[in-house]
Design a protein around this ligand. Structure first.
Ligand code: BGC
Length: 756
């Protein structure tokens, strides 16, 4: 330890801010640790110069991975000069150790660096993309996936992930729909909590837990026309009813950090939005973590046009409540002058530094800045067999069976000749999907490899690529058709490349890219039993395919175990149980389309011209929210309520009996929806308010019970107060948002309800 670090430590011990190491090792109770932390941070803050403070508020990317403009190539020099408190896009135990060392040994106060990264769906062991994981409706597995990601990432020196993305997304043109949980508010909140818990665990000072980050705050998913970074203009009611709840859920789950979004909201870019950051996040929600901007989004305010230059952008951002500047370098460059001019108060800067130092303290970095960078641990941890097994488990749970005419699936493992056709059969690179930075796609198992392992030794596998994922080359069609003709059944592997969803990947046409739709038609024409398996990052418009291909499987981008997971489902080793968490439109013209829309004053009537509908397409989606088939069938009894009236402090128990009437054991996601028939403001046609995933052996039944309380009925009323209004409610329980049994009850009281 260098002399100055030693002096700092001695100083802190003498000031009583830091206990002696013997005591530190005893692990104080959480409240004790928090009290000590406050004293420690106070004392450290007093020693810091303005420049050192601004360094702590600065996050720079390494030159490894980048997703935006490169604003700084000298990050190592900046680290040594104390001009940066956190680094992202750099990992590995060795590299983080060395950079931390440069920092500790060259800076006056030796404040440890924080290492962040987009650990979105796994680290080395890639899991299904978040949208796919959400389709499992399996909170335990979703949490486990984040937990494993944290275990791997922290072994490589990372302390902080820029996840979960909790943006509700209802526009499949927007490529980032792949990164979230889908279109629903209730499910979005549950998944946000599961992911935060998964990353952060129950104790941030453990070396296998990391800071999570709720992003992108707020309403980023409502970019006009689905174009990334585009304008957002929605009502305050819509903001609070739909887009804010998952962020609040993340705060309730103790999320450590928030990331601002690129978009504007009501004319103010979210990175300079005092209402969102200060009034709501700090004052109303009492968020006790720090806020980072998205990549260069302070700088981007000059493009938005709400500030005249970068200096003003920095002032607007920090004064609004931003604590850390990702990649603009604007806090470093301009805030000293702004402070001098009195445009930014030192107290505001201190507040921001305090939040960041507190997180470094909670991670245990002041005790040992190198504790996460452990080469030996990394070796033992990364891509452990049990993690790979977990990835396969969640992957098969994320696959949605969309169509299964004549029970083509599951395929018989003894099938004589099976043709695997399409650009995804041997594709390895794209299986891991978007945001899989550290993911070892080279170790992903292809569908060909998965199927080869699953079928009997006597099965002959035929193969033809047919065409590429995109482009207009049809030269492989003839061979593909000939191959299909030779086989007893065809598995047609199609989809989107991994980088056609995620950031900056908006599309206006949602068909399978390139000539894949033509390939599908050619193969279907052969009359062979065809199973189309799709690997993509968003809902695609597959109207023709849905009508003409006998079996369709939505496999998404499943991660490193995509091949085995697809084989598990194709051959019935796993009976699919996933359900869509986002609506599939029939065509792009229907977008936005989601299950919990409003009625309108002229609900659709096919026989009346002047009702809310299209001339050329039904209103209904191709596949609705909550939809997904199984190899077995489930029968629902009528909904039984234990009473038909309730007061605001009461509850009603809703029950159904679900029977497995088919030939396979299976899991079913039993979904509860509620509709408020009349409100002081118009209410959605139904809203998800509960779900249970139950395993039911064939021939057996289970009773599924939901408890409905006033919390489930509350909404932002006419005056924007949160509460319930007396009146009639419908209860729906079923297998999707559209196939439900219903009943009705009356709420007898109007009352305010505490916001969740
Ligand atoms: C994305 C964020 C991401 C950040 C850092 C941005 O372009 O919008 O989601 O966390 O880059 O990589």
């Amino acid at each position: 330890m260098r002399l100055k670090s030693l002096l700092l430590l001695v100083g802190l011990v003498m000031s009583g801010a830091l206990t002696l190491s013997a005591k530190v090792n005893k692990k104080p109770a959480p409240w004790e640790r928090e009290t000590k932390m406050e004293a420690f941070v106070d004392s450290l803050l007093q020693k810091m110069t303005l420049e050192e403070k601004l360094g702590q508020l600065t996050l720079f990317s390494s030159s490894w991975d980048i997703t935006g403009p490169i604003t700084n190539n000298n990050y190592v020099e900046d680290v040594k000069k104390g001009k940066v408190g956190a680094i992202f896009n750099a990992y590995s135990a060795d590299f983080t150790y060395r950079l931390q060392k440069e920092n500790m040994e060259n800076t006056r106060l030796s404040i440890p660096l924080l290492f962040g990264y987009d650990v979105i769906h796994g680290h080395w062991t890639t899991f299904p993309i978040p949208l796919a994981e959400a389709c499992s409706w399996d909170l335990e597995w979703i949490e486990k996936s984040a937990r494993i990601a944290a275990i791997e990432a922290t072994s490589e020196g990372l302390h902080w992930t820029f996840a979960p993305m909790v943006d509700i997304a209802r526009d499949p043109r927007w490529g980032r729909i792949a990164e979230g949980a889908g279109e629903d508010i209730f499910l979005g909140c549950e998944i946000a909590k599961a992911r935060v818990h998964g990353f952060q665990g129950d104790d941030l000072s453990k070396t296998n837990t990391m800071l999570a980050c709720a992003k992108h705050y707020a309403a980023y998913g409502v970019a006009q026309a689905g174009r990334d970074y585009h304008t957002v203009d929605i009502s305050n009611r819509e903001l609070w009813s739909t887009y804010m709840p998952p962020f609040k859920a993340a705060v309730n789950a103790g999320v450590a950090t928030f990331m601002t979004s690129f978009n504007e909201l009501d004319g103010t870019p979210c990175t300079g939005n005092e209402y969102l950051l200060d009034d709501v996040l700090r004052k109303k929600w009492h968020f006790d973590g720090f806020v980072v901007t998205d990549y260069t989004s302070i700088m981007e305010m000059t493009e938005h046009g709400n500030v005249k230059d970068e200096k003003e952008a920095g002032e607007v951002a920090i004064n609004a409540g931003v604590d850390m500047d990702m990649q603009s370098g604007i806090f470093n460059d301009f805030l000293p002058t702004s402070v001098e001019e009195g445009k930014v108060l030192t107290s505001r800067i201190d507040e921001a530094v305090r939040q960041i130092l507190k997180m470094k303290y909670r991670l245990g970095l002041f005790e040992d800045p190198y504790k996460y960078s452990d080469v030996k641990r990394a070796k033992k941890t990364l891509m452990k067999p049990e993690f790979i097994k977990a990835s396969r488990e969640l992957a098969k749970r994320s696959i949605v069976l969309l169509k299964n005419e004549d029970q083509i699936l599951p395929l018989n493992k003894n099938i004589k000749k099976l043709a695997l056709i399409g650009p995804y059969v041997k594709n390895r690179r794209d299986l891991v999907g978007t945001w899989s930075g550290a993911g070892k796609w080279e170790k992903a198992v292809t569908v060909m490899e998965g199927v080869e392992k699953a079928v009997s030794r006597k099965t002959e596998i035929l193969y033809a690529e047919g065409c590429k994922l995109f482009g207009d080359d049809r030269s492989g069609f003839d061979n593909a058709v000939a191959t299909a003709k030779e086989a007893d059944a065809v598995v047609l592997m199609v989809g989107e490349p991994h980088d056609w969803s995620g950031e900056a990947a908006s599309r206006t046409d949602l068909e399978l890219p390139g000539v894949q739709p033509e390939l599908v038609k050619e193969i279907v024409k052969t009359g062979k039993p065809v199973v189309m398996v799709m690997m993509n990052g968003r809902p695609l418009t597959i109207d023709w395919e849905a009508a003409n291909v006998p079996a369709i499987v939505e496999a998404w981008h499943l991660g490193v175990q995509a091949g085995p997971a697809v084989a598990d489902v194709l051959f019935g080793d796993y009976n699919p149980s996933a359900k869509l968490t986002v609506t599939f439109p029939r065509n792009v013209g229907q977008i936005p389309i989601y299950y919990n829309m409003k009625h309108t004053g002229r609900p659709m009537d096919p026989n009346q011209k002047f009702t809310s509908k299209y001339l050329d397409c039904p209103n209904s989606p191709l596949y609705p929210f909550g939809y997904g088939l199984s190899y077995t069938t489930f029968d629902y009894s009528a909904v039984e309520l234990d009473k038909t009236t309730m007061g605001a402090n009461d509850q009603i128990i809703a029950k159904v009996k679900v029977s497995n009437t088919g030939k396979y054991d299976g899991e079913e996601v039993v979904q509860l929806y509620i509709q408020d028939l009349v409100g002081s403001v118009t209410r959605p046609v139904k809203e998800l308010k509960g779900f249970k995933k139950v395993f039911i052996p064939k021939g057996e039944s289970v009773e599924v019970e939901f408890t409905i309380t006033a919390e489930d009925l509350a909404f932002y009323r006419k005056d924007m107060s949160y509460g319930v209004e007396k009146g009639d409610f419908k209860v729906f329980i079923g297998t999707s948002s559209q196939e439900v049994q219903e009943s009705q009850f009356t709420l007898t009281q109007t009352a305010p309800i505490a916001e969740k």
